[in-house]
Design a protein. Sequence first.
Lengths: 359, 371
Amino acid sequence: MSTNNRKILNGYHVIFLTQSTMIGTGILSLPQRLSSLGYSQAFVPLLFGVIASISLLPMIWISSQYKNDNLFTINEKLLGKPFGKSVNLFIVVHFTLFLAGIISNYMHLIQTTALSEQSSTIPVFFLLLLLIYIVSGGIKSIARFCTITFFLTIPMLYFLRWAIEKGELSHLLPLFNFNGSQFLDALKKGYISVLGYELIMFYFPYIINQKKALKHSLIGLWISIILCFITTLVSVIYYSEWQLKNIEYSVLHLFKAGEFTFIERIDIIGITFWIFLILSSAATYLWSAKKGIDSLRAKKKNYHTYLITLAIFLFVVIPYSREYQDKLFKLSYQISYIMLAWPLLLAVVHSLKKKQVKQ
Amino acid sequence: MNRNLILFFASILIMSILVGCTDKELKVPLEDVGMVGIMAFDYIDENSFKLTVSIPQFSPEAKERAQIFSVTTDLISKGIVEIETLSDKKVVLNQLRVVLINEEFARKGNIQKAIHHLYRNADVGNKVLLAIVKENGEEMLKAEYPDKPNVNIYLNDLLQPSINTAFNPNTNIHDYMYTETNPVFDTIVPLLEKKEGKIEMDGIALFKEKHMLKELPEEEALIIQALLGRKKLAPLYLELNQAEQKEELMMDLINSKVSIKGNKNMESPKVSISLHIEGTLVEYRGGREKELVNIKGITKLEHDINKQIEKDIKEFLEKLSELKVDPIGLSENFRMYYKGKWNNKLKEEVISNLQVDVQVDTSIISTGTLK
């Protein structure tokens, strides 16, 4: 395949890919994850934004050194075939688990709110079918799906109106009412909600204007960060500290505050609409995982997608203990943090290799 | 091509045979769902309570417009299951509108746990209204209200916000949970009393921590709403006793605005409250009827009204300070500047030492179109 027709993502695609991948189930429970900070959590997402922007730099840098390779190939090139491949396998397994975590989390929510009298096997099946459909169109179709998702779901911000009306702005004071360990706890639990931007290392080779990729992905990143900020801000002014700590899906309860004369339970509409956000972020992860298997087997096959989807389905549906399931998902969340630091390591290896070549 | 055709027919055949494997579905049609509109809790003893539900009856053949079921239980969902054995319908809570709690349950029972259960339940919305019932909730549901369509609609409409019952805090499940778990607030809930053929809203119930403490009359409840910053308030009735002669007046309030400032000092807490109200003088009875035709007379009356309201608010806040309760959330003005975790004890400290400075500014916009 020539390198020219691989470049298919324009600036808007990059913006919305970054943006939509970040917003998934994480934001639903973000206020609860940050609850160790109490009311002072309101501005924390902005801090997350700064951290995310900084950690984006090495990702873009290492990708721009290898303009036509995604992270899997870079791993192999820099770390050698055997080690690189085993790292890649690890990433693929991690993505599969992570995806299973996202989907099981969302399905759990749907089960408790909208479909309380039904087991979730069939909805999971259809969700995964849709996912395969989106992913089989390639990264460009995912990017387009992300764009439409953004415009379809952004009106949901209106549903926050009632909570804002009822809220007390005085909750925002005092501003920094927490200590170091509380902050670290919140950082550990909450940062997972803004993950997703690191996938740019996988679709970077498809970007047309790679020099501006940093700018575009930063725009997408900050759109998401501002959405997270709005969520925590409204939660803080609407809830008491106890509620922040104990309401698992705080966005759901924010939607519950409102009522139209013709619709009573806005929360149900909001939560079922959320499926767009789940699909858009899951699709990018699935696509990256598929690329991983492609590079592992050095072949491009469509059934790689089906394989991963099947694994996810089994993870979500097979009734092994929930405790064990949770442990696995937690593990994969923690691995995500390693993924953030990974490009730094690669950058070091890269510069060492360069030196060697010069010598 | 041929192979595809065979595959196609084979799959259709298999699918049609597979239909036999489905379970017979137990989906309940809408007519057979009993949607609970009102739930009432009555105190029996520490561990058990009487749960009464009212389900609207739509069948035209039935004599009564609402089905009422009562069971004695210790868990809410257990009670609902028991009610299902009494009812001809499947009982669901999706349309719950009002929760009644009798006074004894509020004073002694575990009301917190009951509301927590409803708050947790995803079927129940957050806009379910709460009310405390004097005496007995079951009797209130079972009583006859001949001129009302049925008790479900009646109670729900009664508890909805309305200008003439602006003292009503319209506490719903979220408000209850919010004020109950927020250490700067004490919960207030409207209080209902059954009269012959009707239900009367009779002041509010004031909670302290988990239990009901006492009831407050309408006038004091109105002060709470005014200080909470409610814009549209009920018509205000005032008695002025400053002059030699007793005066009575009624004002329609058009707008009210409140600002509360704390002095940020935890040792000697002080708040200054300034309340601005605008209204129309609707009726007046007293000695200065003739003076009220010109602006000078009205200004003097405004001045007297200010003094009277200031006095009322001060007296009420002193009472709260003695009871160590804070339904208005005055201690929020101190929490905002307090480093560390705020708790109920700090609130009580602030409230019991609180000094208040009240400034009321009334303006009578009009007195009607006659001179």
